[in-house]
Design a protein around this ligand. Sequence first.
Ligand code: SF4
Ligand code: SF4
Length: 196
Amino acid sequence: MATVNVVRVERNTHPGIYPILLGLKITFMNMIRTLFMGQSATIQFPEQKRVSSGRYRGIHLLTAREDGTPKCVACYMCATACPAECIYIEAGERPEKSIEKYPTRFEIDLLRCVYCGFCVDACPEEAIMMSRENDLVGTTRAELIIDRDRLMERGKLAEYGPGYRPTDHDVRRPVRIAALERLKKEHGIVPGMPHR
Ligand code: SF4
Ligand code: SF4
């Protein structure tokens, strides 16, 4: 028969009033900090905004070239990588030979988006980024389907600034490879593996 080690733990079941006084002291100190020292843990949203990290995954924005046209080349990598299938793109042809396509239509359904950032990871052109904006407000569903022009306008939002925009290509590479494999499997498109 196996022996059992019984561990006896002595607990102080009658700690007295001291822990209660200690808890009251912490509450009192927090009250003083909040009322008289302006160190409130809450903010007056929406007038006040909390400063988010530079990697915050807020509402998207599309970046522009120097001539103001979208950097996006309508390659569908972001739409393919998107797990929520909330990106819709229609492509048009550009006159330049060096840039084949551009998005004539680019929409993101922000009510379906899960803010994972895979679209940013998958983009080979750094054409889509996320901002630090998180107050998503609308009275109809249509208002929260954000189109190309609104996404490009949002690039000028100095108030929030850019958020998630990884430069570490080792992090991005698996997402791109998964998107390329899906393009190949579902649409028969074989664009080659990403160099970075
Ligand atoms: S953040 Fe994620 S869910 Fe939202 S559009 Fe990008 S890939 Fe799709
Ligand atoms: S992955 Fe980038 S370049 Fe390609 S369609 Fe999306 S935003 Fe445009």
